[in-house]
Design a protein around this ligand. Sequence first.
Ligand code: SF4
Length: 255
Amino acid sequence: MERCGCGERDVGSVRGYIHSVETMGTVDNGGIRFVLFMQGCAMRCAFCQNPDTWLRRGREVIVARVMREILDYRPFFEASGGGVTVSGGEPLLQHRFVRALFEECGRCGIHRALDTAGYCKYGDFASVLDSTDLLLFSVKAVDEEKHVRLTGVKNDVILANLRLAASRHMDIVVRYVLIPTINDSRQDLHDIAGLVASLPGRARADILPYNRMGIVKWKQLGLDCALEGVPEPTADDLARARRVFHEHSVNLRTD
Ligand code: SF4
């Protein structure tokens, strides 16, 4: 029988498969974060920084053991306003593990952020949202054809999941990776800013500049990267994108 590190209650030995752990992360949310990168993703984004997470094999762990490790960092979370972020790959492919982990974090008073692309059944998504404090939701493109070209899948389920999450009035940051010539046309920017503006509740947006560092991993894995010749956005590109979000009165994340 496994116990949570708080020793307050028994937890099931829910298993998950992880790619890696970053114990002092600072970029995925405010404060010092324990970032757990889950293994497996059903999407194939052309700009993916972590193509080595795509396959569903990785290090097997159970919730109680991960919790014990997390609790070692609680003083850092408390001092910095940080907590736990579960990312990937796509963490919702392992929704039972993420839910069990987040429930334990909640019992121990640890802030929980879920970093997802939302490509899963709504029931699986909702089961994790109940124990999520902050939702970091990536939208790759609003135009469906463009989304298929960029990710290999349609975005109807993804956008429906985003709207359903927003209807809960939870803390949401919609993330948009800005990729020159791919998803940064004036229409693309109005589409994504308009989408965020239309959500109920208090959704903010975060514009992330595409960076080419992931291409190295693609090459190491023997994969052809479709964005090989695509540049990173300039400061002017980012400023232009921010202006469109401001036109739609969308709050951009600043923390
Ligand atoms: S959803 Fe994330 S992990 Fe999956 S392919 Fe896209 S960028 Fe990579």
